[in-house]
Ligand binder design. Structure first.
Ligand SMILES: NC(=O)c1ccc[n+]([C@@H]2O[C@H](COP(=O)([O-])OP(=O)(O)OC[C@H]3O[C@@H](n4cnc5c(N)ncnc54)[C@H](O)[C@@H]3O)[C@@H](O)[C@H]2O)c1
Length: 386
């Protein structure tokens, strides 16, 4: 059975490789021709993804064939889509990429085919917009083809192990679609659970992000209170946490493509319906987390002021600029935002990150600084001065 995976990015390529590793013929469709060529030569375009080198070397160009042309996937019975959903300045989703991908699939869709969306989307997107694009382009109706949602729950860097171990969920746009999608996915996802509908599956993924955001905001607030009261946050957290209490770790804020974005799907939808009170906690959590940059900037300046030299002469080094430790990604990185805030204050601030070369740091219009040469070093992940 041939399976098409549309979108061979950070999320799609590990999934396509895991499916190929389970013995399936996979056609990967991605508009990036160079990426397709590399995959077909057995070269992994995401070397930082543990275990992916081996899978691409083994299956790339063989049972995992990448192509920029949707027509090459026309023999497939199942289509799994993981293309990005971009977000505009007002935190509203821009569906253009998804629409293009689904209209392209609609053109080659046949009776009996199954289409599964993995991209995280606002609840009801699968059963409304996605279904509409497929029906318009194919001339078929849901029931002639099948449609489901199975949210991607990987974590960059650990995608292969997450796909093999972490619980994955699937829900159909109708009963039969849910059943067929479950039957397909359990052939390559060992830990699979079925929910009653695609809208539940969409909602599960979003509320996971909301939970993390709210809890990180709580941890950040508790950290600020404990510092004000001269109480060791880490000691308090260690003894506060038990089976019924899990205080998260504080941070410089929340970055990446997911957690700072998904709460807006619910905030925007509820506010559109004038249900402002339903999303107060989430809106407030977003604000608390985003404002942590200002909090840490002030703490760093206060630390520098303790040195008996003019502030303008104090060399401040921030260690770690990515949004998460160990992942070379800067999307909505609060550590990067912190470096920029300090630089704008006219301070002598530089950054150091073992994942980035000096040239790469300078290309971000930041100054490279060796921690050894600094007067104040702030570790952005450990939230510690050294
Ligand atoms: N990366 C993660 O850690 C992660 C985690 C959970 C969920 N997700 C979900 O996966 C989605 C995709 O994320 P990603 O990290 O893989 O993005 P990415 O930018 O790494 O990859 C997207 C890929 O899609 C391709 N593409 C764009 N338009 C296309 C089109 N019309 N047809 C075919 N291919 C097209 C791009 O060329 C690119 O290779 C996200 O929007 C998110 O919902 C990602």
């Amino acid at each position: 059975m041939n399976i098409a995976v549309v979108g061979l990015g950070n999320a799609g390529l590990p999934l396509a490789s895991v499916i190929a590793d389970c013995g399936f013929e996979v056609i990967g469709v991605d508009i990036d021709m160079e990426r397709c060529e590399r995959i077909n030569r057995g070269i992994n375009p995401i070397p930082e993804e543990a275990g992916l080198d081996d899978l691409i070397e083994r299956y790339g160009g063989k049972s995992l064939r990448a192509t920029p042309r949707y027509e090459d996937a026309k023999g497939c019975k199942s289509f799994i889509v993981i293309v990005p959903l971009l977000i505009d300045e007002g935190h509203n989703p821009d569906f253009n990429i998804l629409e293009e991908a689904f209209r392209s699939i609609g053109k080659i869709l046949k009776k009996g085919d199954l289409v599964v969306l993995e991209t995280t989307v606002p609840p009801t997107t699968t059963e409304t917009m996605i279904r509409g694009w497929l029906e318009e382009e194919s001339g078929l109706q849901l029931g002639d083809f099948y449609l489901a949602h199975s949210p991607e729950r990987i974590m960059t860097g650990y995608s292969i192990s997450r796909l093999r171990e972490f619980p994955k969920i699937v829900g159909g746009a109708d009963e039969e679609s849910g059943r067929l999608a479950f039957d397909l996915y359990r052939k390559f996802i060992p830990n699979l659970q079925r929910v009653t509908s695609s809208r539940v599956a969409e909602f599960v993924k979003i509320v996971e992000g909301c939970y993390r955001d709210v809890n990180i905001a709580l941890a950040n607030e508790i950290l600020k209170i404990s510092e004000e009261l001269n109480i060791d946050f880490n000691e308090a957290r260690e003894y506060a946490n038990h089976d019924y209490c899990h205080i998260h770790l504080p941070s410089t804020g929340v970055g990446g493509h997911c957690i700072p974005v998904y709460p807006w799907f619910l905030i925007n939808e509820m506010e559109k319906r004038e249900k402002f009170g339903f999303v107060e906690l989430q809106r407030c959590s977003r604000k608390i987390n985003d404002e942590m940059v200002g909090y840490w900037a002030e703490r760093i300046v206060l630390k520098a002021l303790k040195i008996d030299r003019p502030l303008s002469q104090i060399k401040i080094c921030l260690r770690g600029i990515t949004y998460r430790k160990g992942v070379k990604e800067l999307y909505h990185s609060r550590n990067l935002a912190l470096a920029r805030v300090l630089a704008r204050k006219g301070l002598q601030v530089g950054v150091y990150d073992e994942l980035f070369s000096e040239e790469e740091i300078e290309s971000l219009s930041l100054r490279f600084m060796d921690p050894e040469d600094a007067d104040v070093v702030f570790d952005c992940f450990e939230l510690r001065f050294s």
